[in-house]
Design a protein around this ligand. Structure first.
Ligand code: GRF
Length: 202
């Protein structure tokens, strides 16, 4: 089993996946970022499929062509399971067609609460006392695929987005590797249906 990890940022979740000894075959980034350096330092193959070569970050971004290139890269590296770890590009259906039920994501809130890019800020602004993280199957509709694992994280008085996000990520660094491992095991035991039938484990 070979895992492809998609990153855009600081890569601390990627680091946790690597420390958990998961079979990460390739790390793909959509922009230059620390995640690529973490991959190189760990002697894991890293590839930059740069958004700037596909129209960048504005209206002119060619999402379909970008996703096709991403799929090409994952397939060329014989990836079986895709794990998004702070990936900042919304992909089009080509990725899900190539990896049906085989794309995982971790989100810093208790979905379906607080979907979207600003989940941590939104939880704070709503005055919530508890938030958390969710590992789920990624589907075409952002942050709404079947939930694989969730864990609560308290919001403490005086929290900023930074302190709260770090508390959430501490949990993600444990929960995501454990869930990826579980999915890989299910894929090995039952390659046909694993991943397609997500089990909710609050
Ligand atoms: C995580 O909180 C993840 O849920 C979100 O992006 C963050 C990635 O953190 N999608 P890092 O860049 O791996 O530190």
């Amino acid at each position: 089993m070979r895992v492809g990890v998609l990153v855009s940022g600081t890569g601390s979740i990627l680091e946790a996946l690597l420390h958990a000894d998961l079979p990460v075959a390739v790390v793909v980034a959509d922009r230059p970022c620390r995640g690529l350096e973490i991959a190189s330092e760990a002697d894991v193959r890293s590839v930059l499929v740069d958004r700037r070569d596909f129209g960048g970050f504005g209206e002119s971004f060619d999402r379909r062509r970008y996703t096709e290139e991403l799929v090409k890269t994952l397939v060329a590296n014989n990836v079986d399971l895709v794990a998004m770890a702070g990936f900042g590009t919304v992909v089009s259906k080509e990725l899900h067609d190539a990896y049906p039920g085989r794309v995982l994501n971790t989100h810093p809130a208790l979905l379906p609460a607080f979907p979207g890019w600003h989940a941590v800020e939104d939880a704070l602004a709503a005055g919530a006392r508890v938030t958390g993280c969710t590992v789920h199957l990624a589907t075409l509709e952002t942050d709404s695929g079947p939930i694989l694992a969730q864990e609560q994280v308290p919001i403490l008085p005086g929290d900023t987005a930074a302190t709260l996000h770090e508390r959430i990520k501490t949990v993600e660094r444990r929960l995501y590797p454990a869930t990826v491992r579980r999915v890989l095991k299910e894929m090995q035991e039952d390659p046909v249906s694993a991943g397609l039938t997500a089990r909710s484990r609050p």
